[in-house]
Ligand binder design. Structure first.
Ligand code: UD1
Ligand code: UDP
Length: 367
């Protein structure tokens, strides 16, 4: 049996979490030679996450620069990826998600005529500006890659509508559920200095389309909620992007029941989601994880590419209007029957076996 060289690209924290189950599964396959390429579009967040999963990149581009523009990031990635692809000559490249690392990798592979498998392919809001720039990254990436590993049947339909050949689409579930279930089983404690007798509201935010006024509104809503609910504890692990971190630290200082902290290591963040009563977020991954843990989510965005959990009732889009966020969160804090309707504990995003299905599809093609 000839060995297939598979280069797995990881750029940011969510890519590490969602690609880790695939890498770990591929490493058990005798026909597969795995090469992990970290673009390190995220430096600290990536190292923190890869360390937890025990993955050591074979190549590290160390591309992150403070506050770099998207064009600079893309240009540097293309130049560096060119060299790696020429040197490593992979048979196939796997990318995950919708970051700039994904788009640049898909484009570089297209130029080198290397087939690409796209993990978590096909998500769409239908609005090229939302999320920015991820929706464009996804749409362009889908045009460039060969295999599309999609999380749900609904997403498969997105790609069929765009003319993707059905035989190249594999409904696998989302690998985030694989990572989540493995991590939950470890039973890591939250271990933070917060009052366990209080209900916990967990918050994350980092989307570029929310920079400026929308994020100011989110902060204003959090301040109001914290002031009006002294018996509730708010926990906000702050993304290191200066457009978020600098604003959060100014707007949300001095509230005794609102803790701003550095990004939490993945197992600790999972413990925080488990401990949470309610989650407010604009994250993609958290929208997928929280329903699997039965935690209601208010999404701080105008659109979502993950409508499945909204349809099931565990996730609600509330946008970035301050009054609306306060009203929706307060209702769930005050009205236990409205809360129970959202806290269902069903995941539309998979059964924890997505990585195995991706490996199987590759095995069937190459072996
Ligand atoms: C990126 C992705 C986004 C994804 C998010 C996950 C793009 C365009 N954006 O957004 O799709 O949802 O990651 O978190 O691909 N920084 C650090 N240390 C880190 C990480 C970031 O200091 O470990 C700071 C740096 O100043 C960096 C900035 O954050 O320049 C922005 O990072 P970047 O990867 O460009 O964008 P994110 O907002 O993190
Ligand atoms: N996460 C984490 N620590 C944190 C916040 C989030 O490990 O402090 C995890 C979270 O569980 C999810 C992923 O990071 O799996 C989501 O990353 P992010 O929100 O940065 O990106 P997105 O999913 O929006 O692309």
């Amino acid at each position: 049996m000839s060995v297939v060289k598979i280069l797995c690209v990881i750029g940011t924290r969510p890519e590490a979490i969602k690609m880790a189950p695939v890498i770990l599964a591929l490493k058990k396959e005798r026909w597969a030679q795995v090469h992990v390429l970290a673009t390190a579009q995220h430096r600290q967040l990536l190292d923190q996450t890869l360390g937890f999963f025990g993955i050591n990149p074979d190549t590290d581009l160390d591309i992150m620069r403070p506050s770099q523009t998207l064009s600079t990031l893309t240009a540097h990635l293309l130049l560096d990826l060119d060299e790696v692809l020429l040197k490593e000559k992979p048979d196939v490249v796997l990318v995950q998600g919708d970051t700039t690392s994904v788009l640049a990798s898909a484009l570089a592979c297209f130029y080198h005529r290397i087939p690409v498998g796209h993990v978590e392919a096909g998500l769409r809001t239908g609005d090229i500006q939302q999320p920015f720039p991820e929706e464009a990254n996804r749409v362009i990436t889908s045009k460039l890659v060969r295999w599309h590993f999609v999380p749900t049947e609904n997403v498969r339909q997105n790609l069929l509508t765009e003319g993707v050949v059905d035989a190249n689409i594999f409904v696998t579930g989302n690998t985030v559920i694989d990572a989540l279930l493995t991590t939950v089983a470890l039973g890591v404690e939250l271990g933070l200095d917060i009052d366990p007798s209080k209900r916990l509201v967990l918050v994350t935010s980092h989307r570029r389309e929310n920079f400026g006024e929308p994020f100011q509104n989110i902060c204003e809503a959090l301040r109001t909620l914290a002031e009006n609910n002294p018996q509730v504890q708010f926990l906000f692990p702050v993304h290191p992007n200066p457009s978020i971190k600098d604003v959060a630290q100014v707007c949300l200082a001095g509230l005794p029941n609102l803790t701003l902290c550095a990004p939490l290591a993945y197992p600790v963040f999972v413990a925080a989601m488990k401990a949470a009563y309610l989650i407010l977020t604009d994250s993609g991954g958290v929208q997928e994880e929280a329903p699997a843990l039965g935690k209601p989510v208010l999404v701080l965005r105008e659109e979502t590419e993950r409508p499945e959990a909204v349809a099931q009732g565990g996730v609600r889009l509330v946008g970035t209007d301050c009054t609306r966020i306060v009203e929706e969160a307060q209702r769930l804090l005050d009205d236990s029957s409205a809360y129970r309707l959202m806290a269902q504990g069903v995941s539309p995003y998979g059964d924890g076996q997505a990585a195995g299905r991706i490996v199987q599809a590759l095995r069937e093609h190459f072996c």
